[in-house]
Design a protein around this ligand. Structure first.
Ligand code: DX5
Ligand code: ZN
Length: 220
């Protein structure tokens, strides 16, 4: 499994140190949540912060854009160090053009759906993207409880990706913890975002715990 700790749960007064900690502990990606106060009720941070933390680690920057019409900012996110840019299907007027803009910028493209968006809505894009993100909480805040009904969506999306024989990764985000991780990997996730479950308590031990989980989709 690929572990992508969300820095939304880090200590922002020591953000660089927290990133070095998860890097050293064996995290694969760094999950970076950008919120605009329009697509989601909250505002987090933007380009200057990403640019500055790019100096702390060589890990893949998995940038999750919870912003309206993200196509406006793809180039800028690439410039400050994004490797994977994930946008929300619900936030794009032209999803195809947005995916193309991400690829044209030289990044991997992710497409996300909110819990109440039907899984099938993402199917037409699966062969054009590198990662599909199933939100397992309402986007906007860290530390929320996992929404049980989203497990079925993970199963359905895994089935579709396998049926189509695609390389597309399946990422999950929100409410992942030590109790539900095994069930979620079994359901078909292969990229796992965890915020509070990584940053609460001993960060190195938490990362190790998640990395030791098995997955039915081992990646080469
Ligand atoms: C929520 C964000 C998540 C969040 C996850 O909108 O997209 O990445 O930080 O935090 P936890 O793992 O605490 O639910
Ligand atoms: Zn996220």
């Amino acid at each position: 499994m690929i572990l992508s700790p969300s820095i939304l749960s880090a200590d922002f007064s020591a953000l660089g140190e927290d990133i070095v900690k998860i890097d050293k502990a064996g995290a694969d990606y760094i999950h970076i949540d950008v919120m605009d106060g329009i697509f989601v009720p909250s505002i987090s941070f933007g380009m200057p912060v990403i640019k500055s933390i790019r100096k702390c680690t060589d890990k893949v920057f998995d940038v999750h854009l919870m912003i309206d019409e993200p196509i406006r900012y793809i180039e800028e996110f690439k410039k400050v160090g994004a490797d994977i840019i994930t946008v929300h299907l619900e936030a794009c007027k032209d999803v195809d053009a947005t995916i193309k803009a991400i690829h044209d910028a030289g990044c991997k493209a992710g497409l996300s759906i909110k819990p109440k968006t039907p899984t099938e809505a993402i199917f037409p894009y699966l062969d054009k993207i590198d990662m599909a993100l199933i939100m397992t909480v309402e986007p906007g805040f860290g530390g929320q409880a996992f929404l049980d009904f989203t497990t079925e969506k993970i199963v359905a999306l895994r089935k579709k990706i396998d049926e189509m024989g695609l390389e597309c990764d399946l990422e999950i985000d929100g409410g992942v913890n030590k109790e539900n991780i095994d069930m979620l990997l079994k359901a078909g996730a292969d990229v796992v975002v965890a915020g509070s479950a990584v940053f609460k308590g001993d960060v190195a031990e938490n990362v190790k715990f998640f990395k030791e989980r098995n997955t039915r989709h081992p990646l080469a």
